[in-house]
Design a protein around this ligand. Structure first.
Ligand SMILES: *Cc1c(COP(=O)(O)O)cnc(C)c1O
Length: 406
């Protein structure tokens, strides 16, 4: 395989803008903030065209000029397909809304969009010689790490809250990671990774504590733009935990503008959280740039149960610059939204994805968005990964059956 044409120039502290050298192993910036990858975008503009892109396989690596991996042999892939946009025509009409498209990320390897981030993080870890990786997880990130790292021959250790969805714990272990269930939340698990990494020699792959998961999640923005023929939607509803995807998409749009593929227009970015854990919503409403940690975090939407996000300011900056907003929905609304979309549209959302449909309806009712807005909702994982209500009735085949009444 030929080496990738690569354009990374350096990394940059997300808070101070200070430059850091590329091609070395990094966690946070020297100042303790997330690092962002910077490219020679003039070079990318010369090397890549929309036409050239069209001819490539429908997968994440089609955007390789805008990705950090330097050598093709380091790509760790499980088949990162482009995910479809599924219209919710019937329900949107009923809600009095306009065009609503669900980007269904549940189709990716390991059945969640964490595959995008971890495909890049693990490929870069391989490129930079990492042999052991550790992570705190609410489930899906650990599953994706386990899958990609095992494939790359990298050892992994994963810490998750004890009440993480059962399927997630099983898949993490089945895909070769050492899994520990911790009596605490994800930030407690994160502290264990931090405390053990020196002694155990783990590379810390916590959300935003290494630079490349954002680059993987960025492909959601690139893909969305391409799928909509380089015309971005009016509003994006994103279920926000650590915020990697929202930050990544915002970065993608800036890079697309810099290479001249889109104009200045941007979607309004909407951070959706659960009312039981809504630090970003509270900070948005209070007008602050950092978010205070949320006490006693609880929600059925495990993927967005993140009491404190290290990239809070990057999320809040993007939401504000875009003219968007942050909105919280409660667990009852999340469960009702999942049931409604499954029953009426045949699409079984994950609770986090269901939160975006609940938020869409709420935003429409509160006139935060217009019925004419073209909106994209993110369904981040396959709904079948989560506990579902018991269903069906028993039937005794040895007794007489009144078929007309079934
Ligand atoms: C991780 C996760 C989220 C939150 O994504 P971030 O980009 O980290 O904010 C939402 N939903 C699901 C299903 C997840 O696994």
């Amino acid at each position: 395989m030929k080496d990738f044409p690569t354009f990374v120039t350096h990394l940059e502290c997300g808070w101070t803008g200070e430059r850091v050298a590329a091609d070395r192993l990094h966690n946070l910036s020297p100042q303790g903030y997330p690092l962002l990858v910077r490219y020679d975008l003039a070079g990318v503009a010369k090397a890549l065209s929309k036409e050239k892109l069209k001819a490539r396989a429908p997968e994440l690596w089609r955007y390789r000029e805008l990705l950090p991996v330097r050598r093709a042999e380091n790509v760790v892939s499980l088949g990162e397909v482009m995910t479809p946009l599924i219209p919710l025509a019937k329900l949107a009409r009923r809600a009095g809304g306009g065009e609503v498209l669900v980007k269904d990320e549940g189709r990716l390897p390991t059945a969640s969009f964490k595959a995008r981030g971890l495909a890049l993080a693990v490929s870069m870890a391989k490129e930079l010689g990492v042999t052991k990786m550790a992570m705190p997880t609410n489930g899906n990130a650990g599953a994706a790490l386990a899958a990609y790292a095992s494939r790359a021959g990298i050892e992994t250790i994963v810490f998750c809250p004890g009440d993480t969805p059962q399927v997630n714990m099983a898949e993490i272990a089945a895909q070769g990671a050492r899994l520990y269930k911790v009596n605490g939340l994800i930030n407690d698990c994160g502290k264990l990774v931090g405390a053990g990494k020196e002694a155990a020699g783990w590379f810390d792959v916590s959300t935003l504590k290494e630079p490349y998961r954002i680059e993987g999640k960025k492909t959601m923005g690139l893909e969305l733009a391409e799928q909509l023929d380089w015309r971005l939607p009016d509003v994006i509803f994103y279920p926000t935990g650590g915020g990697t995807g929202l930050i990544g998409m915002w970065k993608a749009f800036a890079e697309l503008e810099a290479i001249g593929w889109i104009g200045k227009a941007r979607p309004r970015m909407v951070a959706v959280q659960a009312s039981g854990c809504a630090p970003i919503v509270r900070a948005f409403e209070q007008g602050t740039r950092r978010a205070e940690a949320w006490a006693n975090a609880h929600t059925v939407a495990a993927g967005i149960r993140v009491p404190a996000a290290i990239g809070d300011f990057l999320i809040l900056d993007a939401v504000r610059e875009s003219g968007g907003f942050a909105i919280a929905v409660d667990d009852d609304a999340i469960v009702a939204a999942r049931d409604e979309v499954g029953r009426e549209e045949g699409l079984l959302l994950c609770p986090e994805g269901a939160a975006t449909w609940a938020a869409y309806k709420e935003a429409l009712a509160r006139k935060l968005i217009k019925p004419s807005d073209r909106c994209v909702l993110f369904n981040c994982a396959d709904g079948r990964k989560y506990p579902l209500p018991d269903a069906g009735a028993s039937l005794d085949r040895h007794k007489p059956i009144d078929y007309g009444r079934l």
